[in-house]
Write a protein that binds this ligand. Structure first.
Ligand SMILES: Cc1ncc(C[n+]2csc(CCOP(=O)(O)OP(=O)(O)O)c2C)c(N)n1
Ligand SMILES: [Mg+2]
Length: 538
């Protein structure tokens, strides 16, 4: 067996059932062998898309996402997506390889240096007989370090004889950390004396499957429950669900948070978006629980640090509070429930729907009731997210992500394609601004070729909206942020998909039937939602 065949076999043995990538000299042989052996290869249009798709796939499946690109430019094309994977702590295997061993080869590149610049890990196949051992190590590191690992499989080795190899060993998940007694005692002392505690769950709490323990803790304390954006809708349906904690909190949540005297955060970094630069936690006691001690107090000073797995820590707190007979703050709980019970999502804004444009918030509230409730949502970033994240729900945080860890626009479509490949039976909603969509428009054709059930929702203000309102603040002509794009529905149609333009709220209702068509195997649908760039909702 040749080494490229052994590599294809080893990927399959690792349980890799899909590889996202683009062929070139460095990968075409093993990618062909991988497909011959029944593996699924999703060919992308640009290598950046391959890493973004592997990332979206990993976020929705919890598995290592795998991307394969050729040497030199194939790898440098992944750079922005690679940094996104690093910042979002996604376990990825990104396979590339040294160009032929010739110093004058024009695609020579220092792969290790590029990987290091991105913050990704680096591994290499050093010699033919270490192939599987090197692959095992790369996969294990991706899981243990929760980041992309770049694997350099030099093209010079491809045709070598594989000989006998070590067996494939699948990565073991990291053990859940138990907090120290001392840290727990400190936190419990604070929690037991709080009068108006709030519980905040972040992505770490979701990853640790801590939801039911956190709800139990909220029962014991009479505490309201909130989440970061990444743990969106973790507590949907709970009578004290505040929704998002942070700059995107609704009115009742914001006043509840202002009244709180203690914030108990689980697996949430308390970054600038969540704690609003420390503004939301000022004057309150803060208990910070995170499995990674390096994340605790990274963005703001906290009173009690508890390093440990969110579920295990919450369970230990529940047991200790039971034993100590700590009573819940019933009055606080009652007040919060009453305020939340009387609230409507329409309370927080005055609708600004125009003659031929919709208010994004009203549109999302309407769409919420139109689309099948079992759905996954992946978003790009831009001004539009302020109108999407709080108003369009998902069944739980496992059904949501945003490709915004590095603050790059344009990655949302690839993330949604990867998510949809990982979850083919569910509608995936890709919410993207017009600028972010145009940046990586070509990848829409990948969704068409793969016939993926994606509703690509373009929040189209014909502008770089995030810049539009900043220019206005500077007193500069906002016209400089406007873009005369081609007609998006015509673009979708030319790529073999369907598209509809929405200029009025009632035009959203047709999406109920169209969503069914998409789920029936019709491929993606582009929905061009027209917004007025002058309506600034930030
Ligand atoms: C790769 C990259 N280029 C530029 C920016 C700067 N930027 C931030 S938001 C934004 C506007 C994006 O426009 P659009 O996708 O239409 O979303 P909107 O803000 O209009 O809702 C831009 C250009 C960025 N974040 N990332
Ligand atoms: Mg825009």
């Amino acid at each position: 067996m040749k080494l490229y065949q052994a590599f294809a076999w080893a990927l399959a043995e690792h349980g890799v059932d899909v590889v996202f990538g683009l062929m070139g000299d460095a990968n075409m042989l093993y990618l062909s062998a991988y497909q011959d052996a029944g593996g699924r290869f999703v060919p992308v249009v640009h290598e950046g898309g391959s890493v973004g798709m592997a990332d979206g796939y990993s976020r929705m499946t919890g598995r290592v996402g795998v991307a394969s690109v050729t040497h030199g430019p194939g790898f440098t094309n992944t750079m922005t997506s690679l940094v996104e994977g690093v910042r979002s702590r996604t376990p990825l295997l990104v396979i590339t390889g040294d160009a032929p061993a010739d110093p004058t080869h024009f695609q020579q590149l220092d792969i290790a240096a590029v990987a290091a610049a991105a913050g990704a890990g680096y591994e290499k196949v050093y010699k033919p007989k270490s192939l599987v051992r090197d692959l095992n190590r790369a996969m294990q590191r991706a899981v243990a370090e929760r980041r992309p690992i770049v694997l350099n499989f030099p093209i010079a080795l491809m045709g070598e004889d594989a000989g006998s190899q070590q067996p494939v060993t699948r990565p073991a998940p990291p053990a859940a950390g138990v907090a120290s007694e001392q840290a727990l005692d400190g936190a419990l002392g604070l929690i037991a004396t709080a009068n108006r505690p709030v519980i905040v769950a972040g992505r770490g709490a979701v990853a640790a499957d801590a939801r039911s323990e956190l709800v139990a803790l909220a029962e014991r304390l009479g505490a309201p429950l909130a989440t970061t954006v990444l743990a969106k809708d973790c507590f949907a349906g709970h009578p004290r669900n505040l929704g998002i904690f942070g700059s995107l909190s609704h009115g009742v949540a914001a006043s509840t948070i202002a009244d709180a005297d203690c914030v108990i955060a689980f697996g949430a970094s308390l970054n600038a978006f969540t704690a609003v630069g420390g503004h939301l936690t000022r004057g309150k006691k803060v208990v910070h629980v995170d499995c990674d001690p390096a994340q605790i107090g990274r963005f703001l000073q906290v009173d009690e640090a508890v390093a440990g797995d969110a579920r295990l820590v919450a369970a230990a707190m529940n047991a200790a509070l039971d034993e100590a007979g700590v009573r819940s703050s019933a009055a606080w709980a009652g007040e919060v429930e009453k305020a939340l019970g009387a609230r409507s999502p329409h309370d927080d804004f005055a609708d600004r729907t125009g003659a031929d444009t919709v208010d994004i918030r009203s549109a999302m509230i309407r769409l919420d009731g139109v689309l099948p409730s079992q759905r996954t949502m992946v978003t790009d970033i831009g001004r539009f997210v302020v109108g999407v994240w709080p108003y369009l729900a998902v069944p739980g945080p496992e059904h949501f992500t945003t490709m915004g860890g590095f603050g790059s626009i344009g990655l949302g479509l690839a993330g949604a394609i990867g998510a949809s490949v990982g979850r083919p039976d569910e509608l995936t909603v890709a919410a993207i601004g017009d600028g972010g969509f145009m940046m990586n428009l070509a990848e829409f054709s990948t969704a068409v070729r793969e016939r993926l059930p994606i509703l690509v929702l373009i929040l189209n203000d014909g502008a770089y909206g995030a810049e539009h309102f900043k220019l206005a603040d500077y007193g500069v002509d906002t016209g400089y942020s406007l873009n005369a794009w081609p007609d998006l529905v015509s673009l979708a149609t030319s790529m073999g998909a369907r598209g509809v333009t929405v200029r009025r709220l009632d035009e959203l209702d047709q999406l109920a039937g169209l969503a069914e068509t998409i789920l029936g195997g019709d491929g993606p649908l582009l929905v061009d939602v027209r917004l007025d760039p002058e309506v600034n909702i930030i």
